[in-house]
Design a protein around this ligand. Structure first.
Ligand SMILES: NC(=O)c1ccc[n+]([C@@H]2O[C@H](COP(=O)([O-])OP(=O)(O)OC[C@H]3O[C@@H](n4cnc5c(N)ncnc54)[C@H](O)[C@@H]3O)[C@@H](O)[C@H]2O)c1
Length: 279
């Protein structure tokens, strides 16, 4: 069996964000190995030998529009992977970078996505329980541009106070609510998200600091490890533990998978549910 053919990325145009580091960089390496024409975007420089690397701040409407102008007319797979940590005081920026800008980019690129294309996000176990916030998330999903979004976020400071979690809940709700929407289903464009557990990446230090009330990285790390690692005597994931499954989900191997929010956390969230810690 020809494995490259099985994945179906050979000579296909693939767009991936956040590719300078972490999970997305791992995904990007595999996509290159599988013969894709990779268009990679990040706020930081990208060192991989991709077809085109674009440096841009994807939290800004005009930057997203510039990036879209630089991308090819036909896109076979789109991966949205970039994000920042939920520091206090950065609530609005977190919404724009981690969710709204990603939704805006997907919708701008929709006319360029080929029939049967895939769109795959990196969400987070932090987006768990999105069903309880679904109605509110749908309000954000219905907003059309950055102006409307910024107004909504500014009018709802209590909701975005839990900034990283709310953005990821919106992302999960987007996948859930849009997979059967006319603009996606009529052309059989698949929409999915992975929700990683604790993974050592470029974001780890920021997650540690932003999780501690005093911005102390060591204290934050202990809190995170208590929550995600100690309970199952486990270990943190490596970027490829997330990047490789991401590539599989966006590939022809998963051609009948859409609307799925998939937790890749070694069973941690299932165990939380089993023990009644989650609804
Ligand atoms: N690391 C974890 O434990 C963990 C857990 C769950 C989910 N995630 C998610 O995984 C995804 C990948 O993150 P990672 O952990 O590999 O971290 P990372 O920092 O290694 O990668 C994130 C990339 O996004 C880029 N980026 C940040 N802001 C940007 C912007 N405004 N415009 C363009 N690019 C920008 C960064 O430069 C970086 O290269 C993120 O969506 C994150 O929320 C991470």
């Amino acid at each position: 069996m020809d494995l490259k053919k099985l994945f179906g990325y050979e000579n296909k145009n693939v767009v991936i964000t956040g590719a300078a580091s972490g999970m997305s960089k791992s995904a990007c390496e595999l996509l290159l190995e599988l013969g894709a024409n990779v268009y990679a975007i990040d706020i930081n420089p990208i060192a991989l030998p991709v077809k085109k690397a674009i440096q841009a701040d994807l939290g800004k409407q005009e930057e997203i529009e510039r990036v879209v102008r630089e991308l090819p007319e036909q896109i076979d797979a789109l991966f949205l992977c970039h994000a920042i940590a939920g520091y206090k005081g950065k609530e609005l920026q977190v919404q724009l970078v981690n969710f709204f800008g990603q939704k805006y980019m997907v919708e701008l690129l929709l006319p360029r996505l080929v029939d049967k294309a895939s769109v795959t996000f990196i969400s987070s176990v932090g987006g768990m329980g999105f069903e309880q916030n679904y109605k509110t998330c749908l309000e954000v999903i219905d907003l059309k541009n950055f102006e409307e979004a910024i107004k909504w976020y500014q009018e709802h400071p209590d909701i975005i106070a839990n900034s990283y979690v709310f953005a990821k809940q919106c992302m999960n709700s987007y996948v859930n609510s849009k997979c059967m929407s006319k603009e996606f289903i009529d052309r059989k464009i698949r929409l999915n998200a992975i929700c990683p557990g604790y993974t050592l990446t470029g974001l780890t230090d920021d997650f540690n600091k932003s999780s501690s009330p005093t911005l102390n990285a060591k204290e934050g790390q202990e809190m995170i490890e208590n929550m995600f690692i100690k309970g199952w005597n486990g270990y943190p994931a490596e970027p490829k533990d997330m990047g490789y499954p991401l590539v599989v989900i966006g590939s022809d191997i998963c051609s009948y998978m859409s609307g799925q929010v998939i937790y890749i956390d070694y069973g941690l969230t299932s165990n939380w549910k089993h023990n009644g810690l989650l609804n």
